[in-house]
Design a protein around this ligand. Structure first.
Ligand SMILES: Cc1cc2nc3c(=O)[nH]c(=O)nc-3n(C[C@H](O)[C@H](O)[C@H](O)COP(=O)(O)OP(=O)(O)OC[C@H]3O[C@@H](n4cnc5c(N)ncnc54)[C@H](O)[C@@H]3O)c2cc1C
Length: 501
C-alpha cells in the first residue's frame, strides 16, 4: 500500500495561493486529499500582476472557470500582445503579438521571404502580416479559430484582470470545491528534526496546522522555502538590473485597447494595463540610476487620468531560489523567484509549476528524484525567459542615456548568444526545451529593434519577384478580409459583460 499524500497546505492567499488551491482541488478531487489555504488578510498580497499570456486560458479551462464569468467578475479586457514604445529610440514603437506572421512557401519560412523583400526595398512592416497585430492596432476583437486555414489565422489572446478580483474569484471557486481556509498569521514554522521536512505551522490564533505536502505561496517573504529551509536565492541583477517598481492605478475615459503597453523610461520602463474600471500603471526601474521619489514623480507625471490609490512601492531582486522544490515544500509565485513583468510571465510560471507538479506528484516518501526533475525544469524555464527579457534591453539605441547604455552593454548569457548567432548569421531560431517564447515572439523582437540578419536564406531566392509581391499582397488582403468579421473591443466587452465598457 502506497503512503499517499493525505493533506496539502498552501501558505499564502495571493494569486499563486488561490491558483494552486483551485487547480489542485480540481485535479486531485478523487484522491480525498485535504487542501488548506493559510493566509493573512492583515499582511495582504503584493497587489499587482494584472497582465497575462494566452496560456492562462488553459488554466481557466482546467479549473472550469468560464471566460465570460472571468471577464465579468475581474473587470477584464482582452490582450493580443504588448506594444513596446520608445525602446529602440524615442518615438519608435513595435508590437509583440500573440500570433504568427505570414504563410511559409515551399518550406521557406515566411520571415525569410519578408527579409528577401526588404533587401529588395519593400518596407512593409512585418506586423502587416500578423492578424493579432492588426486586431490590436485597430482595437478590434475576434476569437481565434479552432481550425485556421493557414498560419495567417493562427493567433490567440490573453487577458488583463484586476488581480484582487481574480484572487477573490478563485477563492470562491476553491472554497466551493472543498478547500479549507484559515485567515491567520503564521508565527512559527516547525521542521521535523529527523528529515528537515516542514511538519507544521503555528498561527497567531493559537491553532496549529500540519500537513504532508506544503506549497509555499507566501510571496517575497518566502516563509517556508527561504526563511524556514534556508534555500538560497540566485540574484540575477547583473543580467536584469531593474530591482524596484512603483505602481499606481488611475482613472481613464480612454477606449480599452486590447494590448499592454510597455514604454521605455529614463531608468527602466512603464506598464499601462487597461482594465474596464481603471488603468494599471507601474514604473519598473533600476535603483542605481534613479531614486524612488524621482521614479514616482515620473510615473505620476505620465498617467492619463487621476490616480485612484496611493503609489505602491515594491522592491525585488530578479532571480530565483536555488531549488523550487525542497523536501516536502514546493514554492510557487514570488516565493520561488521573480523576473520583471516585461512579458507578464509570473502568473504563467505559477500555472506551469502546477502543471509540472502533477506528473511528478509525490507520496509521503518524497523521492528526491522527483524534486530534482522539477527543479531542473523550473530552472530552465526561468533561464529561457531571462534570455528573452535580456534581448529587450540589448536592442536599444538610446545612446547617451546612462541606464540604456548600461543595459545595452550587458554580456549576453551563453544561451542568448547562441540564439543571436543563429539569427544574425542565418535568420534562424534556436529552440530549447522549456522555452516559454517561441519563434514568432523572438522574431517580433528582432524585427522590432531592426536587428536583422546580414542576409536572407538563399532558399528565399527561388521565388519569382513579381509572384512573390502578389502573394504578399494576397496575404495582406486576407488579413483585411478577416478584420471585417471582427468587432470593436469595447463593444465586445459590453456585449459579453452586459454593461457599458
Ligand atoms: C511590480 C510587479 C508587477 C507585476 N506584474 C505582473 C504582470 O503583469 N503579470 C504577471 O503575470 N505577474 C506580474 N507580477 C507578479 C505577480 O504579481 C505575482 O506573481 C502574483 O501576484 C503572485 O504573487 P504571490 O501570490 O506569489 O504573492 P503575494 O501576492 O505577495 O501573496 C502572498 C501571500 O502570502 C501571505 N503571507 C505572507 N506571510 C504570511 C504569514 N506569515 N502568515 C500567513 N500568510 C502569509 C499573504 O497574506 C499573501 O496572501 C508582478 C509583480 C510585481 C512585483
Amino acid at each position: 500500500m502506497r503512503d499517499q499524500i493525505r493533506s496539502i497546505v498552501i501558505v499564502g492567499g495571493g494569486t499563486a495561493g488561490w491558483m494552486a488551491a483551485t487547480f489542485l482541488a480540481r485535479r486531485l478531487a478523487h484522491l480525498r486529499i485535504v487542501i488548506t489555504v493559510v493566509e493573512s488578510s492583515a499582511i495582504g498580497t503584493v497587489g499587482v500582476g494584472e497582465a497575462t499570456v494566452p496560456a492562462i486560458r488553459d488554466f481557466f479551462a482546467a479549473v472550469e472557470l468560464g471566460e465570460t464569468e472571468l471577464l465579468r467578475e475581474t473587470e477584464a479586457t482582452i490582450k493580443y500582445g504588448i506594444r513596446f514604445a520608445d525602446w529602440k529610440t524615442r518615438g519608435h514603437a513595435f508590437f509583440h503579438p500573440f500570433g504568427l506572421y505570414g504563410v511559409p512557401a515551399r518550406g521557406v519560412p515566411f520571415h525569410q521571404i519578408w527579409l528577401r523583400q526588404r533587401a529588395a526595398g519593400d518596407t512593409t512592416p512585418i506586423g502587416d502580416y500578423c492578424l493579432a497585430t492588426q486586431l490590436a492596432e485597430r482595437d478590434l476583437f475576434l476569437p481565434p479559430s479552432d481550425r485556421p486555414a493557414n498560419d495567417l489565422g493562427v493567433f490567440n489572446f490573453a487577458v488583463h484582470f484586476d488581480a484582487s478580483k481574480f484572487a477573490a474569484l478563485l477563492r470562491r471557486l476553491a472554497l466551493a470545491n472543498g478547500v479549507a481556509h484559515r485567515d491567520a498569521r503564521i508565527t512559527r514554522v516547525a521542521l521535523d528534526p529527523e528529515n528537515g521536512h516542514v511538519a507544521g505551522v503555528d498561527l497567531d490564533t493559537g491553532e496549529q496546522v500540519t500537513g504532508d505536502l506544503w506549497i509555499d505561496c507566501s510571496g517575497f517573504r518566502s516563509l517556508l522555502l527561504g526563511e524556514a529551509m534556508g534555500v538560497e536565492y540566485r540574484d540575477w541583477r547583473h543580467w536584469l538590473p531593474c530591482d524596484r517598481a512603483v505602481a499606481v492605478p488611475c482613472a481613464s475615459d480612454a477606449m480599452h485597447r486590447p494590448m499592454t503597453t510597455a514604454t521605455a523610461m529614463e531608468a527602466g520602463w512603464r506598464w499601462h494595463i487597461p482594465l474596464r474600471h481603471r488603468v494599471g500603471n507601474g514604473y519598473v526601474y533600476c535603483s542605481d540610476f534613479i531614486d524612488d521619489a524621482a521614479a514616482e514623480d515620473a510615473l505620476l507625471g505620465a498617467l492619463e487620468g487621476a490616480p485612484i490609490a496611493a503609489p505602491n512601492r515594491i522592491r525585488f531582486t530578479p532571480g530565483h531560489r536555488d531549488r523550487f522544490w525542497e523536501r516536502n515544500v514546493v514554492g510557487l509565485g514570488l516565493s520561488s523567484g521573480f523576473l520583471e513583468p516585461l512579458e507578464s510571465t509570473s502568473i504563467t510560471l505559477i500555472q506551469s509549476g502546477l502543471e509540472r507538479l502533477l506528473p511528478l506528484f509525490p507520496d509521503r516518501g518524497f523521492d528526491p528524484r522527483l524534486a530534482a526533475v522539477y527543479n531542473r525544469q523550473s530552472m530552465l524555464e526561468f533561464e529561457r525567459i531571462r534570455d528573452f527579457l535580456m534581448l529587450h534591453y540589448r536592442g536599444n539605441a538610446r545612446h547617451g542615456e546612462p541606464f540604456w547604455d548600461h543595459v545595452r552593454a550587458i554580456e549576453p548569457t551563453a544561451g542568448l548568444q547562441l540564439k543571436l548567432d543563429a539569427w544574425r548569421s542565418a535568420g534562424e531560431f534556436v529552440r530549447n526545451e522549456w522555452d516559454t517564447f517561441q519563434d514568432a515572439s523572438w522574431l517580433s523582437m528582432y524585427a522590432g529593434f531592426d536587428d536583422l540578419p546580414a542576409r536572407h536564406s538563399p532558399l528565399a531566392d527561388q521565388f519569382d519577384a513579381a509572384g512573390l509581391s502578389d502573394s504578399l499582397a494576397r496575404m495582406r488582403d486576407a488579413i483585411a478580409g478577416t478584420l471585417r468579421h471582427a468587432e470593436p473591443h469595447g463593444r465586445f466587452l459590453s456585449r459579453v459583460v452586459g454593461e457599458c465598457a
